[in-house]
Design a protein around this ligand. Structure first.
Ligand code: COA
Ligand code: AMP
Length: 624
């Protein structure tokens, strides 16, 4: 077997040859003859003349190959006391039937369908049904407020919206339908139909003419077949936080995505067909798209859909229960989940109640795995703990310890080395390559491998300006860090206005836009500060307009409520302060990085362009 070094070198020396052979693992309606089209560089397209259907590759082909009776999806919901299993045959049938219902509502190839759903099997079936029809889904995470949802509805212009009456957060039932109704009131675009899954916990009011009951609709539908689409056709749009209030619509194609995800299951995760694979995330995030839904099903694994939390549903042994009950071999979650478990059960006593002999590997991503959390997980579980780094844009890991290609020694704080297909470099501001150990911008030399975003939805211009213009010929990841002498990558954090709160990606720029709408706020800044549980949480500073005489606390409470109502609870915006002024450069740029360093207790680098250095001591007193 080739070593990881040999595989890595081959993937970069001859990308077309490498991915041509990886593409053989996918069933094509028309096999691609051209592997990479670079004629419109820096826009690259993989497998441009290939045709396939992603849902067929996730479902039907496994049934045809004899996996029909294997469990494809386990729905484990401690919040409703439910465990439900779907075999590949059952999941195929349910998907075909919902696809038929959607087709009956006029959804066809290329049409968009937006999903605002909790973690229920119907969300997975909804995504796969779209894929079956060649329609483009856009899933919006349930923790986002109506305004955020409205922005996404207007950008994706869906024909149909799929939703449920409620989500369940721990002990709380969260009505989703009123949030969607409010979003539709705010949005300019009007979807033709809203399909509502009525859950036992809450019945939503339906609007005559527009809203349809999910079960009634599906009961009356005929199953639909798979529609072959071009490999370059979009499979989904997933909005992610950028540096402004306008989210970026990351586009995922069908062909490159299927090839890359299936490759990653075997080579990065070391998963074999039939393995039980659990990504403890949410279908609203990229981890959910890639590793709850598509990749495990492409690879013929059993995937777990868990509607619960690591703690409180009912206790810090929840993850161990799920692993033992369903025979999970590989778990993927965010470090914050392990910090939550450690907080409640520092000795890991709950583990003794379960037999985890099936469990082999833990993968962590979404934020950097700090060495403390790494050691806690290693000591507790006694299995390899693999930090790996990626982002919504790439859809699969950029750097990882590839378990299927021969694991390398772990260096705490590093997601190991670049994954085959990714030519990762660290650059200085002037574009020169940084020395080993020298921090700079982490970039990927073009072309990006299959599966990574080909562009942003309806916005080629923003794709270029956000990712490709900073260092021509390279994709800008937005993360900073360094490579060491052994080629191990250390990802130290974002270099833009994006923060990661409990593994959830959020824009501080979007929060600032909300604060600025408060009538008493003259100026504001939001930046991430370290948090023991969530890794990072936002802190807002506001400068009041002259003449405002109201108590600071009143204004603070109002701006906190404003962010919650405009962006959502998921922002965890719980701390704001009123300050007399903000630190700026002489040209007026607010020095957020400096404020962050002051609060974090890090070394404060004072730029020579600072307007008034006296503000540093002032801020130290105010922010302590
Ligand atoms: N729908 C509605 N509201 C949601 C939601 C959803 N899908 N998801 C989160 N929220 C709400 C929460 O209820 C909470 O509301 P509150 O302010 O009223 O308490 C708020 O958003 C913040 O959520 P979160 O930061 O997740 O806090 P939590 O206390 O519910 O859970 C953790 C904390 C660490 C246990 C949890 O974040 C976690 O398990 N994270 C790691 C796993 C993960 O999902 N990673 C994603 C990428 S891999
Ligand atoms: P998202 O697009 O939500 O997946 O968030 C992507 C961002 O999360 C990256 O750009 C990083 O800033 C951060 N991130 C994800 N995984 C890691 C990791 N393993 N180490 C460091 N940062 C990470």
């Amino acid at each position: 077997m080739a070593t990881i070094d040999e595989v890595y070198r081959a993937s970069l020396a001859d990308p077309e040859g490498y991915w041509r052979s990886a593409a053989e693992a996918v069933d094509w309606e028309t096999a691609p003859r051209t592997i990479l089209d670079a004629s419109a560089a820096p826009f690259y397209r993989w497998f441009p003349d290939g045709e396939l259907n992603t849902a067929f590759n996730c479902l039907d082909r496994h049934v045809a190959a004899g996996r029909g009776d294997q469990v494809a999806l386990v729905y484990d919901s401690p919040v409703t006391g439910t465990i439900r299993r779907y075999t590949y045959a059952e999941l195929t049938d349910e998907t075909a039937r919902l696809a038929g219902a959607l087709a009956g509502l006029g959804v066809g190839r290329g049409d968009r369908v937006l999903l605002y759903m909790p973690m229920v099997p119907e969300a997975v079936i909804g995504m796969l049904a779209c894929a079956r029809l060649g329609a483009v889904h856009s899933v919006v995470f349930g923790g986002f407020a109506p305004r955020e949802l409205a922005i996404r509805i207007d950008d994706a212009t869906p024909t149909v919206v799929l939703t449920a009456s409620c989500g369940i957060e721990g002990q709380r039932v969260i009505p989703y339908k009123p949030l969607l109704d409010e979003a539709l009131r705010l949005a300019e675009h009007e979807p033709r139909t809203v399909v509502v899954l009525q859950r036992a916990q809450l019945t939503a009011a339906l609007q005559a003419g527009r809203d349809r009951d999910w079960h009634d609709l599906v009961a009356a539908a005929e199953p639909a077949g798979c529609v072959p689409v071009a490999a370059t056709d979009p499979l989904y749009i997933l909005y992610t936080s950028g540096t402004t209030g306008r989210p970026k619509g990351v586009v995922r194609d069908n062909g490159g995505h299927a090839v890359a995800l299936q490759w990653s299951m075997a080579n990065v995760y070391g998963a074999r067909p039939g393995d039980v694979f659990w990504a403890a995330s949410d279908v609203g995030w990229v981890v959910g798209h890639s590793y709850i839904v598509y990749a495990p099903l492409l690879a013929g694994c059993t995937t777990i859909l868990y509607e619960g939390k690591p703690v409180g549903t009912p206790d810090a042994g929840a993850f161990w229960r799920v692993i033992a009950t369903h025979g999970v071999r590989i778990l993927f979650t965010a470090p914050t989940a392990f910090r939550a478990i450690r907080k409640e059960d520092p000795q890991g006593r709950r583990l003794a109640d379960y037999d985890l002999s099936c469990f082999e590997t833990l993968f962590l991503a979404g934020e950097r795995t700090d060495p403390d959390t790494l050691r806690f997980a290693q000591d507790l579980l006694g299995v390899p703990v693999i930090d790996h780094w990626w982002q919504t844009e790439t859809g699969w890991p950029i750097a990882a310890n590839c378990m299927g290609l021969g694991p390398l020694p772990v260096k705490p704080g590093s997601p190991t080395r670049a994954v085959p297909g990714y030519d990762v470099r660290v650059l200085r501001e002037n574009g020169d390559q940084a020395e080993p150990g020298e921090t700079g911008a982490i970039v990927i030399r073009l072309p990006l491998p299959p599966g990574a975003l080909p562009t942003l939805w309806n916005d080629d211009e923003r794709y270029l300006s956000s990712y490709l213009e900073a260092f021509p010929g390279h994709y800008l990841t937005g993360d900073g860090g360094y490579l060491d002498d052994d080629g191990y990558l250390f990802v130290m954090g974002r270099t833009d206005d994006v923060i990661n709160v409990a593994g959830h990606r959020l824009s501080t720029g979007a929060m600032e836009e909300v604060l600025a709408t408060h009538p008493d706020v003259a100026e504001c800044a939001v930046f991430g500060v370290p948090d023991e549980l969530r890794g990072e949480v936002p802190l807002g500073l506001v400068v009041l307009k002259d003449g405002v005489r109201r108590p600071d606390q009143e204004i603070v409470d109002e701006v906190i409520a404003l962010v919650r109502s405009q962006i959502g609870a998921v922002a965890v915006f719980r701390d704001a302060r009123v300050v007399p002024r903000l630190p700026k450069t002489r040209s007026g740029k607010i020095l957020r990085g400096m404020m962050r360093a002051i609060v974090a207790g890090d070394e404060v680098v004072v730029p020579s362009t600072i307007e008034d250095p006296a503000i540093i001591d002032e801020l130290r007193r105010q922010l302590r």
